[in-house]
Design a protein around this ligand. Sequence first.
Ligand code: PRP
Length: 209
Amino acid sequence: MNKPIRIALTKGRLEKDTIGLFEKLGFDCTAVHEKGRKLILPIPDANAEVVLAKANDVITYVEHGVCDMGVVGKDTIMEMKGKFFELVDLGFGKCKFALATKKGYNFYSGYGIKTIATKYPNVARSFFEKKGMDTEIIKIEGSVELAPLLGLADGIVDIVETGTTLKENGLEVIEDVAPISARLIVNTVSLKMRQIEIEKLIKLIEENL
Ligand code: PRP
């Protein structure tokens, strides 16, 4: 038996959805359900092991080849880029990147440079560059919605799922930036070295989406 295929999973909701998918494929995921504080868990039926990690780290591990595959949101992929294959849109973890402002604020009026607060500066920069619009981008770590309320920014580029956070804080989407969902990514060398196993797993996943 080859060494297990290592799959990095984004902790939290994507982890749960991915384990749900693996169970649909018939894999016993008991070790993941009973993980306690363990971070590497075997899925023996698939000759795989899952590594639980933060989204940015999923990309780092796959890019460096210490994990063969990964499940991560398109949001993180768009922000971090990196060298790996993005092979499957898993269809879950759906939300979007959007530009939002205080309700009723006319964002595109006037000639002054607009200030944008975001956790995703690369995504925001490239969105406004495509429009040929000069902006000041301010990186925020926590609740970005605070920035326009505090007067720090004219708008935010952030993830919108249900829209509740915006609504409850008097903000509204004025433009969609990009759709987001979970993606299966694969290390470039792993795909060559373990092509048969990886392609078999991907085929099984695609047939069960
Ligand atoms: C995201 C995002 C919004 C919220 C949107 O934050 O930054 O604040 O979800 O969701 P909604 O449209 O359903 O209200 P998240 O909850 O992931 O927490 P974070 O701030 O730690 O990223």
